[in-house]
Design a protein around this ligand. Structure first.
Ligand SMILES: Nc1ncnc2c1ncn2[C@@H]1O[C@H](COP(=O)(O)OP(=O)(O)O)[C@@H](O)[C@H]1O
Ligand SMILES: CC(C)(COP(=O)(O)O)[C@@H](O)C(=O)O
Length: 297
């Protein structure tokens, strides 16, 4: 066992709305859209493993909150960097529920493996490697570039650095969320995305004309309906938050909830879900993007 290791933190990312833009080159493929990066995220620790210690040919052994797990993009990132490692993910976020955990795992693995194995890649190169892995696995399109940026990213053009163009909503907010279960990103992305993409482009035009949080939330609600993605539990919660929304909310975001793409998850600004009688997880928008948080021999 070589034992050299590094840890990266990557914020979670809920997509408010998106349009899908496939392309042959995975660096050019991606999505347009907008979402919130979250102070709840994923700590990714990469520990190098000597060839002699590796049980088989696979470049990675992955654990998620202490349990063995498989996230294809993580192995692909290690292979791209020619690194063999154990990867451990620690997160409070639900998996498969629209928080971009797979994107965070891929991006955090890229940052931490580069540091642990001293691969000398730049941030843009690492973001591209993680983005390509995520796109090729069909587990996400725009989470990685959003998580590399932080804040409240607007994805104006799809793709990795060199292709994609990002902007942001200059704001900060308390965020509440409740998850009712998983929704398969792979299944939705593999299906017919024409209606979804039309709805996503419309939502993006609205946000570009008025880059403020209330508009982002409103465009997100309209997107979920037009793209026919709303699930009943989430629709009910959005309605309940709207009804309770007249109560005093210190952040002034009363009544604003929307569905996280792609999960059976509702997120609200301020105290929207608490005011509606739910018992949500609470975090904030995250001011910065993915970063290394530690290295050790
Ligand atoms: N326990 C698990 N539940 C769901 N997905 C898991 C689990 N362990 C690993 N995975 C992998 O994580 C991916 C889901 O990642 P995530 O980004 O959280 O979902 P989403 O795309 O909804 O945001 C799945 O594609 C799956 O391969
Ligand atoms: C919405 C999605 C395509 C998937 O997001 P998630 O399910 O969180 O992986 C995202 O990557 C995006 O491009 O906005």
């Amino acid at each position: 066992m070589n034992g050299k290791r590094a840890t990266a933190f990557v914020p979670g990312h809920v997509t408010a709305f998106f349009s899908a833009h496939p392309a042959e080159d995975p660096a050019a493929a991606g999505s347009r859209g907008a979402g919130l990066t979250l102070s709840d995220g994923v700590d990714v620790t990469v520990t190098l493993v000597d060839d002699a210690d590796a049980a088989d040919d696979s470049p990675v052994a992955l654990a998620l909150n202490g349990e063995p797990a498989t996230i294809g993009a993580v192995g692909d990132v290690l292979a791209a960097l020619d690194v063999r490692a154990r990867v451990t993910l620690a997160t409070d976020l639900p998996v498969g529920a629209g928080f971009g955990v797979s994107g965070a795992a891929a991006l955090g693995t890229a940052f931490a493996a580069n540091a642990a194995a001293d691969r000398g890649r730049s941030e843009n190169e690492l973001v591209r490697i993680a983005h390509e892995a995520e796109v090729e696995r069909g587990t996400g399109l725009g989470d990685v570039v959003a998580q590399a940026r932080g804040g409240i990213p607007i994805r104006l053009e799809p793709g990795a650095p060199g292709h994609g163009v990002l902007d942001g909503v200059p704001a900060h907010a308390r965020v509440e969320y409740v998850t009712f279960g998983e929704l398969s990103t792979e299944d939705v992305l593999a299906g017919d995305t024409a209606a979804l993409t039309q709805a996503g482009e419309r939502a993006l035009s609205r946000l570009r004309a008025d880059p403020r949080l209330p508009t982002l939330m409103d465009a997100s609600r309209e997107f979920a309906e037009r793209a026919d993605l709303l699930v009943p539990e989430v629709a009910e919660a959005i309605e309940a938050v709207a009804t309770a929304g007249d109560s005093e909310d210190p952040d002034g975001f009363g009544g604003s909830a929307a569905m996280a793409m792609l999960g059976r998850t509702v997120f609200a600004l301020g105290t929207g879900l608490s005011d509606a009688g739910y018992d949500p997880a609470v975090c904030h928008t995250h001011p910065a993007g993915a970063r290394l948080v530690g290295e050790a021999q």
